[in-house]
Write a protein that binds this ligand. Structure first.
Ligand SMILES: Nc1ncnc2c1ncn2[C@@H]1O[C@H](COP(=O)(O)OP(=O)(O)OP(=O)(O)O)[C@@H](O)[C@H]1O
Ligand SMILES: [Mg+2]
Length: 173
C-alpha cells in the first residue's frame, strides 16, 4: 500500500500570541512584522469592527516604507501603496463588500502584480484564501463589552512552508 502523500500545509502552523495594550503598540507590531514580509505574501486580518486591523496595517505600511498613509479603505475595495524605496508595494484590501472573492480580486485592475506585492486583506475570510498557498493569518481579539479597553490579543499563524521558519516567534509586544 502506498503511503499517503504528505499534507501540503503543515498541520501545526507556526503560531505566535501577543498581548497589545495600545494603538501605538499595534502600529509598532505592524512595523516589526513588516520586516518579515516580502513580495507575494498574503496577510489576512481577522477581528471585529474596530479591533485594530487598519491600525496594524498602518504600521505595516510604515515598516515597508510605502507611500501614502494607510487608512480604512471603506469606499474602495483595494488601495495600492507603492514603495518609496525598492521594496514591494502594499496592497490593502477591504474585502467586506467583495462578493465573488478571488475572481473579483483579480478583476480589480490594480495595476500591480499581486505576486510582486505584499497583500493585506481585512474581512477576507472565505474570499481570498486561494490567492496563495501560504498565508499569514492574524486574528485580533478585544475584550467584548468593554469599549474603553485598549487591550488586544493578537494571534499570528503562518500557514504553509513560507512561514515555517519566517521568524514569527521573534515578534514581541
Ligand atoms: N490596542 C489597540 N490596538 C489597535 N487599536 C486600538 C487599540 N486600542 C484602542 N484602539 C482603537 O480602536 C480603533 C481600531 O480601529 P481600526 O480602524 O484599526 O479597526 P479595524 O479592525 O480596522 O476596524 P474595521 O473592521 O472597521 O475596519 C482605533 O480607534 C484605535 O485607536
Ligand atoms: Mg479596518
Amino acid at each position: 500500500m502506498e503511503r499517503p502523500a504528505a499534507p501540503a500545509v503543515p498541520q501545526d502552523p507556526a503560531e505566535t500570541r501577543l498581548t497589545i495594550t495600545s494603538p501605538e503598540q499595534m502600529r509598532e507590531l505592524g512595523r516589526h512584522l513588516a520586516k518579515l514580509l516580502r513580495a507575494g505574501d498574503l496577510v489576512m486580518l481577522s477581528g471585529e469592527l474596530g479591533a485594530g486591523k487598519t491600525t496594524l496595517t498602518r504600521g505595516l505600511g510604515e515598516g515597508l516604507g510605502v507611500r501614502g498613509a494607510v487608512t480604512s479603505p471603506t469606499f474602495v475595495i483595494a488601495r495600492v501603496h507603492p514603495s518609496l524605496g525598492d521594496g514591494p508595494p502594499l496592497v490593502h484590501v477591504d474585502a467586506y463588500r467583495l462578493g465573488g472573492g478571488l475572481d473579483e480580486m483579480e478583476d480589480l485592475d490594480l495595476d500591480v502584480s499581486l505576486s510582486d506585492s505584499v497583500i493585506v486583506v481585512e474581512w477576507g475570510e472565505g474570499k481570498v484564501e486561494e490567492l496563495t498557498e501560504d498565508r499569514l493569518q492574524v486574528v485580533i481579539h478585544r475584550a467584548v463589552g468593554d469599549t474603553t479597553d485598549e487591550v488586544r490579543h493578537v494571534t499570528l499563524a503562518g500557514l504553509g512552508e513560507r512561514w515555517a521558519e519566517a521568524g514569527l516567534e521573534t515578534l514581541t509586544a
